[in-house]
Design a protein around this ligand. Sequence first.
Ligand code: KIV
Length: 264
Amino acid sequence: MAKISVSTLLKKKQNGEKITSLTAYDASFAQLFADNGVDAVLVGDSLGMVLQGGDDTLAVSIDDIAYHTKCVRAGSRDLFVIADMPFMTYANVTQSCENAAKLMRAGANMVKLEGGEWLYDSIRALTQQGVPVCGHLGLTPQSVHVFGGFKIQGRDKEQADKMIADAKALEAAGAQLLVLECIPSVLAKAITEAVSIPTIGIGAGKDTDGQILVMHDLVGISAGYIPKFSKNFLLDTGNMPDAVKKYCDDVKSGAFPGPEHEFN
Ligand code: KIV
């Protein structure tokens, strides 16, 4: 059993302690992250871009995520491991349950699904059957073609109100964690205050209950492009363990993300 559980993460929110999280795709980095202060890792479908070299995440399969989840779990028994449900693997309740089971059997502690209120029935079924669920709102990369690109979401009032309602619906369905990606900081703060489950932000400002980064962005090797919301922690530290420690320290102290990493 991982040292960190959904209860640990919830307690952190209740105590005002920040949650530290990174993506991970293999055993060596999972071990390094476990040894240097990371609470939770996400086996993200971002692997379609950073490992497989794709332009988006849509080509990632459930077998890809199951394989990398197994690798990550082999790296550390202690880490809380969240595994992404890829594009079109949770289009209905039956498909959601079958595919989530593959990831849980591969070693995940929780699965993550992108989307709002329409996921209500799937999340209810998953949690009733013993699968903890993380929601994901904002710039949900599996919908990149609907958005017309990787664009900040929730900037107008109608979108923002809908996102707050979606967050409440996900919590009501049974989700125990919520990722908020690339939204204005004020909206992330409002969502974080509107739900009692922890929120983890990426490009969502400093007021979420925790932070997550794609690990390649943390060390400045994301195809030559560092997103505005990220920071190369290797520059100041010079080695991987210290870069991870510094990231965790800065998240916990509130030094990261700074105003320069936020969207309005
Ligand atoms: O796939 C991923 O890595 C993600 C994070 C960016 C949150 O969903």
